[in-house]
Design a protein around this ligand. Structure first.
Ligand code: ADP
Ligand code: MG
Length: 523
């Protein structure tokens, strides 16, 4: 039977609910109004009524409207209809969202970068006509208030052009929140800028996610007019109206480990020289620094957080600080680790982003239209991974304060205006800093020359001072090593299958990344 008009679509939904979803509907009516949503697994729908399911993906606004009408007809309650588990083919990456997806049901994965405070949004606006006093109802869909053009006769009005007064007490509001979703950094090797998309959440979906959460949003892509004052632009913004959200719990979901990979991982793990081999796989082009590299290897794996009987939590991550003279390969090592780690963020202490290293609550116009907005900083985005922070000594005073809690409790609390949240920051911190005067002064002790307060310094488990002392033999060896690396690099460009043991990481980075992810996930 073809789906032709709204009436038949509503009927079809009623039939589906009656035949296959009776229990769930009854349950929804029992829990109303504490729960206001009915969730439907796409897979279940497609088994019983494939045509209805496919129609839903192609015409989501219409279908959701009719499904909710059907629920209302059945149990007389305004319950949201929410779809879960939508097919893989509807998964779109944020950077691939295009005009063809407009008005269609899609699912996008990403990292929550910002959230606004929850605000009441007009759903049905009631206006009073200043001429006849009649009340006119205008349902609001856009984010810009729609007012009556005249006092509509079909709503019992006088039919004249008039001016209207908004009756806020009689209008109906729902909770609304905007979030900004960003591509996960794992998918972005090679320093590409992450793309973002704004997602609108309504009613019982609000307040569920905090910055730093990794989620899937199932919803509908639509355009939103851009305006600045009275000017309207012909280019539109794209936003997603969320229909449902799924918060991901599993770490490193994005790293695929095949059965073959697993076999190799288990085989390699039995090697008695494993530690040395892993260390030899870290930045082989960098000469020396064996102890530092071993520490970094340990940091990549980390330990296991422990929960004590009294409720305290002991972190499992190792924090490392490299502090040293300029040109001692600190930045190089940080870059290397951030590429190698299954999940990482590379940033500078003096980064330009308002959220900085920890988090910020700001009144934002660009994103929140004057809303308070909570934005995640580097340590939150690197949750369950490694935050590589170069020039750590140049961080803002605000971050300096917040870093204490972030490093020890591995969470960041923000309480400001309408925002009160605790963000997870279960990451290892790898920092690099220069000595106070740019170089170490031989006459003073090293600790006195690190431009980081002692309280914060004590949060690091390992601090490596890297000095650049002139030493003929060592400098010569290093110079040879660097020259060899260049020569090797040049030959590598010409000859694809070149075998030179020295500059090659023992395990290739892709494999080591999988090894680390496997260890962190399972062991
Ligand atoms: P820093 O951040 O400590 O000031 P960089 O990481 O920017 O230093 O390194 C400066 C340059 O010196 C880089 O090109 C790096 O490869 C080189 N370099 C420094 N130390 C070493 C080393 N031990 N082995 C190989 N190259 C090195
Ligand atoms: Mg540097």
């Amino acid at each position: 039977m073809a789906i032709t008009d709204l009436e038949s679509l509503i009927e079809r939904w009623e039939r589906f609910f009656y035949d296959y979803y009776k229990e769930e509907i009854e349950e929804a009516s029992v829990y109303y109004p504490e729960r206001r949503s009915l969730f439907l697994d796409y897979w279940k729908l497609s088994i019983y009524d494939l045509e209805l399911a496919e129609y839903l993906l192609e015409n989501p606004y219409r279908s959701i409207y009719c499904a909710e009408k059907a629920i209302k007809n059945t149990i007389d309650l305004p319950i949201h209809f929410r779809l879960k588990n939508i097919p893989e083919t509807k998964k779109v990456e944020i950077r691939n969202l295009r005009a063809q997806h407009l008005g269609k049901f899609i699912s996008v994965d990403g990292l929550v970068k910002k959230v606004t405070e929850v605000r009441p949004k007009l759903e049905d606006a009631l206006f009073e006509c200043r001429k006849c006093g009649n009340t006119i109802k205008i349902p609001q869909q856009e984010n810009i208030l729609v007012e009556p053009v005249e006092c509509y006769k079909d709503q019992g009005g006088c039919g004249r052009k008039s001016s209207f007064k908004l009756l806020t007490e009689k209008s109906r509001f729902i909770d609304a929140q905007k979030i900004e979703l960003q591509e996960s950094p794992e998918g972005l090797r090679g320093g590409a800028q992450p793309m973002r998309v704004v997602v609108y959440l309504e009613d019982d979906l609000v307040g569920q996610v905090v910055p730093g959460d990794r989620i899937s949003v199932n919803g509908i892509l639509r355009v939103q007019a851009r305006r600045s004052g009275r000017i309207k632009f012909s280019e539109f913004n794209r936003v997603i109206d969320a229909n449902s959200i799924e918060i991901k719990e599993q770490a490193f979901e994005e790293i695929q480990i095949s059965e073959e990979d697993e076999r190799r991982i288990i085989e390699v793990s039995k090697d008695p020289l494993l530690v040395q081999k892993i260390v030899a796989s870290i930045a082989p082009t960098i000469y020396g620094l064996e102890m530092e590299k071993e520490a970094l290897a340990m940091q990549l794996f980390g330990g296991v957080p422990k929960k004590m009987p009294d409720g305290t939590r002991i972190r499992g991550d190792i924090h490392i600080l490299l502090v040293g003279d300029p040109g001692t390969a600190k930045s190089q090592l940080l870059r290397y680790i951030s590429e190698l780690a299954p999940r990482s963020i590379y940033t500078s202490g003096k980064s330009s982003s308002a959220a900085g290293l920890t988090a910020s609550a700001l009144k934002s116009d660009e994103f929140g239209e004057g809303n308070w907005t909570l934005e995640a900083g580097a340590l939150v985005l690197a949750d369950l991974g490694i935050a590589c922070v170069d020039e750590l000594d140049k961080m803002s005073p605000k971050d300096r304060e917040a870093l204490h809690q972030a490093m020890e409790q591995q969470e960041i609390s923000v309480a400001k205006a309408g925002i009160n949240a605790t963000l997870k920051a279960r990451c290892a911190l790898l920092g690099a800093a220069n000595p106070r005067l740019g170089r170490f002064d031989k006459a003073a002790t090293i600790v006195d020359q690190i431009n980081i307060p002692p309280t914060l310094l004590s949060r690091f488990d390992l601090i490596f001072p890297l000095t650049d002392k002139p030493d003929k033999a060592r400098d010569e060896e290093m110079a040879t090593h660097i020259l060899e690396a260049h020569k090797y690099g040049e030959r590598l460009q010409k000859e694809k299958n070149l075998e030179i043991e020295k500059m090659r990481p023992f395990f290739e980075p892709e494999f080591l990344r999988k090894y680390i992810a496997y260890a962190k996930r399972n062991i």
